[in-house]
Structures are given as C-alpha cells and as structure tokens.
Design a protein around this ligand. Structure first.
Ligand SMILES: [Zn+2]
Length: 266
C-alpha cells in the first residue's frame, strides 16, 4: 500500500479542542505512542492493539535497529513489523536514526533524522509513507512544536526543534508516560525492564490529566511508552490490552468515552 502525501500538509494550523460532548458526556482522545522500535516487544504491542478492536497507535522508530551489528539481529522480523504497522492503520514516525543525544550539534541531529528517513524508506521501498517525514519525537527529550504549542521541558533542544520544523516536521512530546520501574543498584538508579504503573493505575493517571485539563491540548492525551516493556516473554504480554480496557471502563463509569487516534488527528 502506498500513501500519497504532500509535505506541505505536514504543519497544520488546526488547534481545535479534542473535547466534545455527546449525549452521555465527554469524549477524550487518547494517542498511544511507542518509542524506540521495532524492537523486542513490538509483536506483543501489535497483538494487544489488534486484540482490543484494532486500536490505532503511533510508533516512533529508530533506523539503527535494521543494522545487524548495532541492532542485534532479527532484521527480517522487524521489517515484517513495519508492514504490520502500516497494514494495521498505525502511524510510523521519526525518532532519529541512532537515538543519540547530540544536542550541542543541531545540524548533526537534523542529519540523524534525515538518515532515519532514508533507513525506513530503504526497508519499505514503494510502501514508504512520505508522511513519515512529518512526525518527529526527539530522543531523550520532551519537546513540542505543533499547532503553536512550543514547549521545551528539558532544555538545550530549541535549535534542533527549529531545524526540524524548518524541514516541515511537527515535534511531539507526551502528556503522560507509562514508564519503567527503577531500583537502586548500589549508587545507581537503574531501570528494571518492568512497568512502574499497573494498567489500572496508568488509566487513572491518564484520565485524571484529561479531567484536570493538564494536557497540552484539552481533551487529548499523548501517552508515551516503549515496545520493550510489553514483552510476553517477561510476563508483560497482556498489560497493554488491560490498560486499554481500563481506560474504557473507568471512562464509562464516569459517563465519559475514550477514542484512540494516531498523531495524524492531533
Ligand atoms: Zn527513545
């Protein structure tokens, strides 16, 4: 499937609120995003999204994973995940080729994002969706530049963001993160590879932010997580589905509804 896309359409001026009233109450838009794939756990994420009724999501990809030496092998399976993402109505988006935080050198960062366009295009050939070069998330930094929202939470990224927006990208941070549990190992706080929040707790956190208006756009929540956290092999294979169900159930209990969208609709 080939998606025709005009680069000029990357940056819109639509800042309309996602909150709407239906006969029963508010509807919130949830934008699930998964970073650093395709990687271990990507197949489990895709299976969960499909199992909950083809829930659409956005995948911020890094092209280095297709380099056998750096990516640890399994390239053909990862290429299959790319095709599954496109066939399943998901959005694939740019998270830089190498995932390096070289923010002192914005031109290098821009080149790393451009290299990622080439790397993903090389995997997909004619199926490459040109909209890939419209959606960016910085590695290791929460910065936004979309529809007049310009926020830099962690410092030192503004020049990189400006170069990306000059290339027609929108830059997306996140409103809530489903993150890894961390534990002290000696003097170091290390990630454990398991989820910090339960599915029900994460659903509560997401809905609380929406109800308080504590998201970048009212009524819309961008949720960050990582493919690697949902591995069936680590006993985490049903957590994403449980989160989606908890969001629906907790919203319904409060006379609200949730819908899932990709960042195309943000
Ligand atoms: Zn990342």
């Amino acid at each position: 499937m080939s998606i025709l896309f005009s680069a000029a359409a990357c940056r819109s001026t639509d800042g309309v609120s996602g909150t709407s009233l239906n006969s029963s109450g508010k509807t919130y838009e949830i934008y699930l995003t998964f970073d650093d794939g395709p990687w271990h756990g990507t197949d489990d994420v895709l299976r969960n999204l499909k199992g909950e009724g083809d829930v659409p999501a956005t995948f911020f990809l890094c092209g280095y994973v297709f380099n056998d030496e750096q990516g640890g092998g399994n390239v053909s399976a990862r290429r299959g995940y790319l095709r599954e993402m496109l066939g399943g109505g998901h959005l694939i988006a740019n998270h830089s080729y190498s995932h390096k935080y070289n923010y002192d050198d914005p031109s290098w960062m821009l080149a790393d994002f451009a290299a990622n366009e080439g790397a993903i295009q090389a995997q997909l050939d004619a199926e490459y969706p040109h909209e890939f070069a419209c959606f960016a998330r910085l590695p290791g930094r929460r910065a936004w530049d979309v529809d007049g929202i310009h926020v830099e939470d962690d410092g030192d990224t503004d020049p990189t963001v400006s170069l990306l927006t000059g290339r027609e990208y929108n830059v997306y941070g996140w409103d809530a993160e489903w993150e890894q549990k961390k534990e002290w190992k000696g003097c170091t706080l290390a990630a454990t590879g398991t989820l910090k929040q339960t599915p029900e707790g994460m659903a509560e956190e997401t809905l609380k932010a929406l109800r308080k208006g504590d998201t970048k756009k009212p009524g819309k929540a961008v949720v960050l997580s990582h493919d690697v956290l949902f591995r069936e092999s680590q006993g985490m294979g049903d957590k994403l589905g449980a989160y989606i169900r908890a969001l629906r159930e907790q919203a319904a209990a409060n006379n609200e509804t949730v819908t899932f969208r990709t960042l195309r609709d943000y």
